[in-house]
Write a protein that binds this ligand. Structure first.
Ligand SMILES: NC(=O)c1ccc[n+]([C@@H]2O[C@H](COP(=O)([O-])OP(=O)(O)OC[C@H]3O[C@@H](n4cnc5c(N)ncnc54)[C@H](O)[C@@H]3O)[C@@H](O)[C@H]2O)c1
Ligand SMILES: [Zn+2]
Length: 361
């Protein structure tokens, strides 16, 4: 067992990473939330079995429980499913001693997290991530929310969890493509913050892909630590530091938008986006050719895509990048590497260079 502490003053919390301890979550919730008397377990159809196990240990720990299931997938981050969670909380007679326990991937974490942030002006939240992406990214940092029909994550709130319980054995049931997709964010942390971690991933790519317990424990705890370090310094995205987590994401969002949500998984889009960002940084002479080659090789070793599908028109991709919420006044902004383990924000990147990167596919 491994603990990563997120230091945010009165909102500090622990992320516990265990290789497999199905009975541990009840006592964990009890210790993180001494006053909790009830809990609403939220899951989707694919994480229901894990949710039931969690519910049983919460009951054994003396909590009265409710259980809510939403359909699997991104469309559940909507008003209708949010309203169903509010109903479930009402039926449970929820008050501030009620914990919302999110058992699932980023969709469940964001949706249940936002229900917790808003019901009764805020209920305590415990994250139990079950996908690689949610273990290394979405369950840490306090961003919660749902989608507006016209835009992703437009309705939301910062609401830090009271604790995060990561049981690595939950990954046993996660399909390969989903698992690999989440690893793009892990590579991202190495590139933006930690050259040594990047080298670890290069040396252990096969073990990571094979989901060996030691490799999983290391990459999840290191990723959580690195993300927590950034969140601790810029909790509410006010200093600009938190933006470094968007490395590869300006391109990725354009791919996700033009390809239609669902054609690429988020991590796959991020992988192609990081490849494009590295090539852009090379064109701007920020980094050497060896950097680009190492990143490409690592992404390929993890079986992640690196080439944007040819059918997406460059003009359309560029138009989306200009509208990106990180773009200011239509200028394109990119987080780009200056060396392995360090990135900077670049405003006003010349469009011809971006075009070049997109067209040399
Ligand atoms: N809040 C944040 O900081 C943050 C950060 C990154 C991403 N996100 C959000 O996270 C979401 C993506 O998260 P995701 O990639 O985890 O997707 P997801 O929650 O949709 O999960 C992917 C799929 O795997 C299934 N699944 C989950 N756990 C499983 C398991 N253990 N076994 C079998 N199947 C399982 C789910 O039912 C779903 O079908 C997006 O909505 C994104 O906006 C939020
Ligand atoms: Zn991402």
């Amino acid at each position: 067992m491994n603990t990563v502490r997120v230091n945010l003053g009165s909102r500090s919390y622990d992320i516990v990473i265990t290789p497999g301890d199905p009975a541990g979550i009840g006592p964990f919730v009890r210790s993180a939330l001494r006053k909790a008397s009830t809990a609403l377990v939220v899951c989707d159809a694919n994480t229901q079995a894990h949710g039931r196990t969690v519910e049983a240990t919460l009951t054994a720990a003396g909590l009265r429980t409710g259980f809510a299931t939403v359909p699997a997938g991104e469309p559940s981050k909507c008003m209708e499913q949010l309203a169903k969670l509010y109903d479930a909380l009402y039926d449970l007679a929820a008050d501030r001693s009620t914990a919302v326990v999110a058992v699932g991937g980023g969709v469940i974490g964001d949706l249940a997290g936002f229900a917790a942030a808003s019901y009764n002006r805020g209920l305590p939240l415990v994250m139990v991530p079950t996908t690689s992406l949610s273990m290394v990214d979405s369950s840490v940092g306090g961003k919660t929310g749902i989608n507006h029909p016209k835009g992703k994550n437009l309705i939301g709130a910062f609401h830090q969890p009271a604790g995060v319980w990561i049981d690595l054995s939950y990954l046993d049931t996660l399909p390969e493509r989903e698992f690999l997709s989440g690893l793009a964010e892990v590579v991202k942390y190495g590139v933006i913050l930690d050259a040594e971690f990047f080298a670890y991933l290069e040396a252990n790519a096969a073990a990571v892909r094979a989901r060996t317990p030691q490799a999983l424990a290391h990459i999840v705890s290191r990723s959580c630590r690195l993300k927590a370090d950034v969140v601790e310094k810029d909790e509410h995205e006010t200093t600009g530091l938190r933006a470094i987590l968007n490395y590869g994401h300006t391109f990725a969002h354009a791919f996700e938008t033009c390809g239609g949500y669902g054609s690429l998984l988020h991590g796959e889009a991020v992988s192609i986006g990081m490849e494009c960002a590295a090539r852009l940084a090379r064109k701007m002479e920020l980094i050497g050719a060896d950097f680009v080659a190492r990143q490409t090789k690592l992404l390929q070793a993890i079986a992640l895509p690196i080439v944007p599908p040819a059918q997406w028109p460059t003009d359309e991709l560029i138009a989306v990048m200009r509208r990106d919420k990180k773009a200011v006044g239509g200028q394109m902004r990119f987080i780009l590497p200056t060396q392995l383990g360090a990135v900077k924000l670049f405003d006003n990147v010349p469009e011809p260079l971006v075009r070049d990167v997109l067209e040399s596919r």
